[in-house]
Design a protein around this ligand. Structure first.
Ligand code: ADP
Ligand code: ZN
Ligand code: ZN
Length: 660
């Protein structure tokens, strides 16, 4: 009697065996219903063998092998296996997280008719610039694996390069996987792809799709019916029978990193996938991640550069610093910015005030006794939201009413301290009573629908001034926007996180790219108390390569990634002592002594030590080479799994962490 080896969605690094009346190797990759505990589970058949590891009479019988889908292909398994090994995540978990929810249900799948794709008139393609043509020809479609970085400022015509490469791939009958950051899955890009390829089936895969739509789109990709799959990080796993090209837009974007469950980088997995399936991959960005930039300086990726804006009329915006050291500010806004906004109002153009902090003020404080609004569940302040009169924790979601008086001393004169988007919006409205102001942040835009409506309003000219967070920074073309003012940039300059400058530079370049995309010249004003900081000098010169070179040099001297390879072990528990003690035990495990090339730092409480009533600590692991780290991790992980742990302690490993 055949035995099925089955992967189940469980936090265990092992497979499960079931006997079955009839099965063959052709069932590998099919879903299977199996009894588990008191109920049933859906798993995936990973192998069919005659003799399992366990005696046959001890095995339970599988309920049914499901054949509503063709078996998942070998390349899907190969990618999941890589991810499982590399990120130390159980194979079953990796496989199952890659499937749409509907396919993991015990209830029989419901078939729904697919929606017909709306036909749109194709947009004519512009004549390519020389740089675009060179970039396109450098990517050999159908020529096996190759990796490329397409480096070009906003508006330099990267998307046009993607479209031409898609065209070449489709001409061969192959499929394209286009990955975009969460927030950048904009109607604009999707519409542009659809309108360029009206005869082809374009499907989207992202978390805001309704479950049924997501399953339908996934099936279309898997069956080969969809020619283009446009998706966020999870889409990297989508099985595609004729994959011919992978594109990653805004490759530096942190949202390609999954931050819970299996903590993987979709960008890195996409490169692995391209290699496994022998197809080209192109990563695009105006501000590549330093890892990618280093790869493109070496021989791993080819560097393709677009230096100029594609539309010659649209010049790069002029970036200027406003030195706020000896300047009277009103609500944090300089006179220079105020008069620049006034000018735009008079000319009927749009301005954008960028401040990466939502809410009214980051904290409410009592000047008499020093009380501040703290979250009692986290090591964080409660943010004042005046729009709906709440104090809110941005980490755990706790909400409280705004107190009338100081809870400790009764003082009625408590003040908001610092400022967020709501406060700036309010002040600007007072300053420019006739202006129509739109605030764009996660409080005013909570869904993709609201986002589309907001974009329509902006495009329809319903706003004179936009006040927004990084939501506004990405990939949107606002033809009437000619001024960008940046507030509060300094806080990231000297942050403890050594990746903060990289993120700040990327953000500011991106937000600067919003100004003057069409025929109107753009201007960017950055308020700062550190105008001599090299990051700003690079920004004014719009010199990413210079900035990247100096950052990489610093990292090399300090021994930080990409010159070192890291993993982090985190533990969380109601008591910090338990979390720290657990990590201390992990440091003392035998594999640590046996892998001399791997260095472990002392366990420390995390920078934000308390989150939702749990105390968190972490332990950094570092090695000079990836193989050294990868040789150590599975042995160490297996040893950690054997440790006795306090009941409410939870731990996880993260490889290549972005935030420490
Ligand atoms: P990016 O993706 O780098 O921001 P896009 O591809 O969106 O740049 O191009 C910016 C603008 O320039 C778009 O309006 C696009 O239609 C236009 N464009 C792109 N390539 C060309 C070209 N070769 N000639 C004229 N206009 C172009
Ligand atoms: Zn007080
Ligand atoms: Zn909280």
């Amino acid at each position: 009697m055949p035995v099925l080896r089955v992967a189940l969605d469980l936090p265990l690094h092992r497979l499960f065996e079931y006997r079955v009346e009839q099965a063959s190797a052709a069932d590998v990759g099919r879903r299977v219903r199996v009894p588990f505990g008191r109920g049933e589970k859906i798993g995936i058949v990973v192998g069919v063998v005659e003799q399992g590891e366990w005696p046959l009479e001890q095995l339970k019988a599988a309920t049914a092998i499901l054949d509503d889908l063709p078996p998942l292909p070998a390349d899907f398994f190969a990618l999941c296996e890589f991810a499982s090994n590399y990120y130390q995540a159980p194979f079953g978990e990796v496989l199952m997280q890659a499937l749409p929810v509907g396919l993991k249900r015990l209830a029989a799948p419901q078939r729904r008719a697919g929606r017909a794709v709306k036909a749109v008139a194709p947009l004519p393609a512009p004549a390519l610039t020389v740089e675009q043509a060179v970039a396109i020809d450098a990517v050999a479609i159908n020529g096996g694996f190759s990796a490329h970085l397409l480096f070009g400022v906003t508006g330099s015509g990267k998307t046009e390069v993607y479209l031409r490469l898609i065209e070449r791939t489709l001409a061969l009958g192959d499929q394209v996987l286009l990955l975009v950051p969460e927030i950048n899955l904009t109607p604009q890009l999707e519409a542009r792809v659809r309108s360029r390829f009206p005869e082809h089936n374009v499907v989207a895969l992202h978390s805001e799709l309704a479950e049924a739509a997501r399953e339908r789109n996934w099936r279309a990709a898997f069956s080969g019916a969809a020619a283009i799959v446009l998706g966020t990080r999870l889409a990297v796993f989508t099985p595609l029978p004729r994959l011919g090209l992978i594109l990653i837009d805004e490759e530096h974007d942190p949202s390609f990193k999954q931050q819970d469950g299996m903590r993987y980088s979709a960008r890195d997995l996409a490169v692995v996938r391209a290699r496994q399936q022998a197809v080209p991959i192109l990563l695009g960005s105006a501000t590549p991640s330093l890892e990618t930039w280093a790869n493109a300086q070496g021989s791993r990726y080819t560097l393709l550069t677009l230096r100029e804006r594609a539309n010659p009329q649209a010049r790069l915006p002029a970036v200027r610093l406003v030195d706020t050291r000896r300047m009277a500010l009103r609500e944090g806004v300089s006179e220079a910015l105020v008069s620049a906004i006034r000018q735009r109002l008079e000319r009927g153009e749009q301005s954008l005030v960028f401040l990466n902090r939502r809410g009214y003020a980051p904290v409410l404080a009592c000047p008499a006794c020093g009380w501040v609004s703290r979250c009692h569940r986290c090591a964080a302040n409660l943010v004042l939201h005046l729009a709906d009169r709440r104090l809110r924790c941005h980490h755990c979601g706790l909400e409280e009413r705004i107190p009338r008086a100081c809870p400790t001393c009764g003082n009625q004169d408590i003040h908001p301290f610092g400022r967020g988007t709501q406060r700036v919006e309010e002040w600007l409205q007072g300053e420019f009573p006739e202006a129509r102001i739109l605030r764009v942040d996660r409080d005013s835009v909570k869904s993709r629908k609201q986002w589309e409506a907001m974009l329509d309003r902006i495009h329809g000219g319903e706003a004179d001034i936009l006040v927004g967070t990084q939501m506004l920074a990405k990939g949107h073309d606002f033809p009437k926007l000619t001024l960008v003012g940046v507030l509060g940039a300094d806080s990231a300059l000297y942050a403890a996180d050594w990746r903060a400058p990289e993120r700040l530079f990327a953000q500011l370049m991106q937000v600067a790219g919003r100004a003057g995309r069409a025929e109107l010249e753009g201007e960017v004003l950055i308020q700062t108390q550190y105008p001599e900081h090299p990051l700003f000098a690079a920004l004014v010169a719009q010199d990413y390569p210079g900035f990247a070179a100096s950052q990489l040099k610093e990292r090399e001297q300090a021994g930080f990634p990409p010159y070192a390879f890291q993993a982090v072990l985190r533990a969380e528990a109601p008591a910090m002592a338990d979390a720290m003690a657990f990590l201390a035990q992990a440091v003392a495990l035998p594999p640590v002594a046996e892998h001399e090339q791997v260095m472990l730092y002392d366990p420390v409480p995390m920078r934000m030590a308390r989150l939702a009533n749990l105390e968190r600590a972490q332990l950094l692991v570092e090695a000079g080479s990836r193989p050294a780290l990868q040789a150590f991790l599975p042995r160490w992980r297996a040893a950690i799994e054997q440790l006795k742990q306090p009941a409410r302690l939870r731990w996880h490993l993260e490889v290549d962490p972005l935030e420490l």
